[in-house]
Design a protein around this ligand. Sequence first.
Ligand code: ARG
Length: 464
Amino acid sequence: MAQEKAKDPALWSGRFSEPVSELVKRFTASVDFDRRLAEFDIDGSFAHARMLNACGILGTDDLAAIEKGLGQVREEIRAGSFEWSLDAEDVHLNIEKRLTALVGDAGKRLHTARSRNDQVATDVRLYLRASIDDIVDLIKSTQNALLDLADNHAATIMPGFTHMQVAQPVSYAHHLMAYFEMLARDAQRMTDCRKRVNRLPLGAAALAGTSFPIDRQMVAKELGFDGVCENSLDAVSDRDFAIEFCAASALLMVHLSRFCEELIIWMNPRFAFVDLADRFCTGSSIMPQKKNPDVPELIRGKTGRVNGHLVALLTLMKGQPLAYNKDNQEDKEPLFDTVDTLTASLRVFADMVGGIKVNVDAMRKAALEGYATATDLADYLVKKGLPFREAHEAVAQAVKFADGRGCDLSALKLAELQQFSPLVDKDVFAALTLEGSLKSRHHIGGTAPSRVKAAIAKARKAVS
Ligand code: ARG
């Protein structure tokens, strides 16, 4: 970064009798990270200048000069030839300074009826709005990847778990669709958050509004905002929209992390339910046999980082009196890193789902162990008239008996099963099969393959 000479004073330094120390300059500058907002800052300045002109606050020649200059600044930034300067502190002052160097006095008029306080709040909202739109698209791609995998596995049977113990058989596609639902809510949360992000702070100026006859609605319309922030103090000070986004992001990462945790466990040869394509795994520098699930582990790890950003922003805000405080400059790095981490995680996650190889036999074998159809036997007895609590007890005894034999319930003879209830008949074996268990759960939200197929078809429509 090019350092300027001390003879080049800060744009706000008029009332100071000595320049800020080098240490403080470095400590307070944000340009190293907030230059990411440059495109949005320029968009905001275009809209502000046009409004000033339309309201008779800025001459037409000045507007023309500003528009030309801002266009050039944008090109320089895009081309990478823009000289960012720490002396100019942040993205806003860097751009304004360069504009003034290019077009003279007109550049100095741009900041009329505006403060960096409403400017930065506007930039962050524009940045976040664009980021949310990208993220919602990425969530949809991820959902589609889950659907592609689910398509082939409506009738693939695995043990469903509670307390990480075998509970009841479920369709693997049904299991995948649980994550589809989580992601659908994540997308809804993002879209809902976007409504509150998409309000214009400009016009609030430093905190109290401005004495110029501005037209905030015009600026809002030009920048694609749904409306304006209704209170100037609130407009420049609160960052609840960013906190809300980080909360939605943390939840989304938690959902990805849960899936990753399962992948990691299921890839272990003791489970061997799935294998992950080599391109998502790495080896060990010492143990030649190793194939490690680095990608899911890293997504799981990055979840902690995003959760941390949420807590950082909440803590940043909790002690701030109205209105703007410099504390708010600290909102950017956690926010930017949340966007980057989420975006990178979603991209690799969607890709990784396409690299999951399913071991149908291992899943089935595991579902046949652990008495996964015990509840089906209890339900069978209830359907024959036994109260559920008694049926539960009878089946518990049957499980104990089968366990002693080291076999599954379905491997017991009819006479053996009848010891536990005289209501047991030949038709019991249909209820004890994995297929029978799944098929019987055909209500909305159930795991019957026919129902799961319908859920997949419905989901496809929802994300197409
Ligand atoms: N860089 C500052 C931020 O990110 C811009 C606003 C500065 N305003 C001020 N009054 N110092 O919040």
